[in-house]
Design a protein around this ligand. Structure first.
Ligand code: NI
Ligand code: MN
Length: 247
């Protein structure tokens, strides 16, 4: 039992993080940024190709780390430009990190189930049910999501995924979630009803919807989405593109 006498570093925050103010900026689709200990943690940069992102200028998006859920174009299109301008490192699966390393971008490779401690928090790579291939046809490894926490808050970015029973493992293996970013656009990912079930499985009462409205296939009824979540006792936030919210 000697192995277990020393708690593993990744569990140092397993007691509920005390929710201080969590600041999240929505850049549209699945691209959000969260401030953690003064660092800008950017997810799935896709802005210039987003018909809804209008005036947003990718030259002004700050990033210290870029977390990438999978290799589809609507999650990586602006990665290279932003990473080269900011010097941000990426965190993603091995295949995606290798792909961008060849293009001069440094990164930290992970795979599903693993955790890494960064100076600003802990990142856990979790399952997503989806696919992952670069726009040029390169294999993009397995798609994933991330649970990210420090001593202040804990959140989940689901990436593109179907509802899956594996989501039940998140509350059993990670600190309690203060917020979850879940796809609600249907067709390529969970739709509204399945995302409500996902929120119940992960035991999270505050959800930021993502991956909706960007293209014709994923246009949704906002009123219906809000009411479906509120009926289940869950708050659905749908911040505007470019909007920063504090939770
Ligand atoms: Ni995708
Ligand atoms: Mn997508």
């Amino acid at each position: 039992m000697l192995l277990f006498t020393k708690p593993r570093a990744r569990f140092r925050y397993l007691c509920a993080p005390k929710l201080e103010v969590m600041e999240l900026t929505n850049y549209g689709h699945s691209c959000v940024s969260v401030k953690m200990n003064g660092k800008n943690i950017l997810f799935d940069p896709f802005v210039s190709g987003n018909p809804l992102a209008g005036e947003l200028d990718i030259q002004k998006i700050p990033a210290d780390y870029i977390l990438v859920t999978h290799a589809h174009g609507d999650h990586i299109a602006d990665l290279e430009v932003i990473a080269k301008r900011t010097g941000a490192s990426i965190i993603s699966n091995f295949e995606i990190v290798s792909y961008f390393e060849k293009r001069g971008i440094k990164g930290h490779p992970m795979n599903i189930g693993g955790c890494v401690n960064m100076p600003w928090g802990t990142v856990k790579s979790v399952l997503a049910i989806h696919s992952s291939e670069f726009p040029d046809g390169t294999y993009g490894g397995n798609p994933g999501g991330f649970v990210v926490w420090n001593d202040k808050f804990c959140f989940y970015h689901a990436g593109d995924t179907a509802l899956t029973m594996d989501m039940q493992l998140i509350p059993r293996t990670c600190p309690p979630l203060n917020l979850a970013i879940l796809p609600i656009g249907d067709n390529f990912t969970m739709g509204i009803e399945d995302a409500v079930e996902a929120a119940k499985m992960i035991e999270c009462k505050t959800v930021v919807g993502c991956h909706y409205d960007t293209f014709g296939y994923i246009k949704i009824d906002h009123q219906y989405a809000k009411s479906a979540f509120s009926t289940a006792g869950i708050k659905l936030l749908m911040p505007g593109i470019g909007e920063t919210i504090t939770v």
